[in-house]
Ligand binder design. Structure first.
Ligand SMILES: Cc1cc2nc3c(=O)[nH]c(=O)nc-3n(C[C@H](O)[C@H](O)[C@H](O)COP(=O)(O)OP(=O)(O)OC[C@H]3O[C@@H](n4cnc5c(N)ncnc54)[C@H](O)[C@@H]3O)c2cc1C
Length: 324
């Protein structure tokens, strides 16, 4: 019996949310007195195994094929199912990312097992496991019991700091899966990198985000200036992308990007649940809004009530004075 984990990686780097998931899965494995195993899929990925050992993985089921050089959800699911057949794990756990959720949903479909996505807490009980999980883009927390053997889960990793442990090098178990052409029909075949100015939205320690209250595409010039001074990035609400003021890549929320910066500055944003699900992981939320009754105030640590077109230039002038 083992706890089996799914490893996500991109261009030679293990996804940080996978490291957060491994930290949580290691705790679960220790509680259950089970070894922590990992499924690592790709081409030339053996170099990543040592890092997995640092996170408590004792055995890596390594699947290396040229055809798997990039992400292929159906093929990844076939590989996981193959390892499940050999290892008979107690649970199979991935990170609560789009990719791992997709793979685990395929695993559920292939094995006819139930799957609980985006779990915040996991409490093993005799038959069913009691889980709390995020639904509806973070606007609802659901308590549920997960049946099935093994348990299929993903962990909502935002907020869990990746913590290495002191384990040694893991055992490497080579697996040659039986993949069909159909398994490889859906896969990444090329990438088009968006033109990127400055720091990326998900890495930025400060996000200066604008909503309808900004009023126009030109209105974002002062938000860009503030973001530049704070070494941050610009985000926006869906109204803004719908109006064509900013690209969709900058949209924060349920149908956009999720961010967890140190500071989220919401300018002229009302605080709809679909927006807040994208920024509720922020350590501090500072709101600038002309409406003292705006819903976002209840979700903010600090609020300035007033016209953003007056407040932001005043803040910029103050920062420039202090840094001159
Ligand atoms: C399925 C679904 C998915 C969605 N996904 C997303 C998503 O991913 N992200 C997202 O953002 N939305 C999403 N939405 C839309 C969401 O419901 C809201 O409509 C949207 O977030 C509102 O954007 P807003 O806050 O910019 O605009 P509004 O709600 O119109 O708020 C504008 C705010 O600006 C303030 N304001 C106006 N002028 C000024 C000024 N001069 N100075 C200061 N404040 C001012 C107003 O007081 C108001 O609070 C989704 C909706 C659905 C149904």
């Amino acid at each position: 019996m083992t706890i089996l984990t799914l490893i996500e990686h991109e261009q030679g780097i293990i996804d940080p949310q996978t490291l957060s998931m491994l930290t949580a899965a290691r705790g679960l494995a220790q509680e259950q007195d089970l070894p922590l195993h990992a499924v690592l899929i790709g081409a030339n990925v053996s170099g990543l195994a040592a890092e997995l050992g640092e996170y408590g993985v004792t055995a890596v089921h390594m699947i290396e094929q040229d055809a798997l050089a990039d992400f292929a959800p159906n093929a990844w699911a076939a590989c996981v199912v193959e390892v499940m057949g050999a290892e008979k794990p107690t649970a199979v756990i991935g990170a609560g990312t789009e990719r791992s959720n997709e793979v685990m949903a395929h695993v559920g479909a292939r094995t006819d097992l139930p799957f609980a996505a985006n779990c915040l807490t996991i409490q093993p009980e005799d038959d069913a496991w009691f889980v709390k999980r995020v639904r509806w883009g973070g606007t609802l927390h659901e308590e549920a019991r997960l049946y099935g053997d093994p348990k299929l889960l993903t962990i909502a990793a935002l907020g869990i700091e990746p913590e290495p442990s002191s384990s040694g090098a893991p055992e490497i178990i080579s697996v040659t899966p039986n993949l069909s052409d159909a398994d490889l029909l859906v896969r990444v075949v090329s990438r088009i990198e968006p033109e990127r100015k400055g720091i990326s939205l998900t890495d930025a320690p400060v996000v200066v985000s604008g909503g309808r209250g900004v009023g126009s595409a030109e209105g974002f010039v002062i938000l860009e200036e503030l973001a530049g001074l704070l070494e941050g990035a610009v985000g926006c609400s869906r109204v803004v992308t719908n109006n064509g003021w900013r690209p969709h890549a900058e949209q924060i929320g349920q149908t956009g990007t999720r961010v967890a910066p140190e500071l989220y500055i919401a300018c002229g944003i009302s605080g709809a649940s679909q927006h807040m699900s994208g920024c509720s992981g922020a350590k501090h939320i500072l709101t600038i809004n002309s409406d003292s009754e705006a819903a976002i105030l209840a979700k903010s640590d600090t609020a300035v009530i007033g016209d953003l077109h007056e407040i932001i230039p005043a803040v910029i002038a103050e920062i420039r004075k202090k840094t001159a």
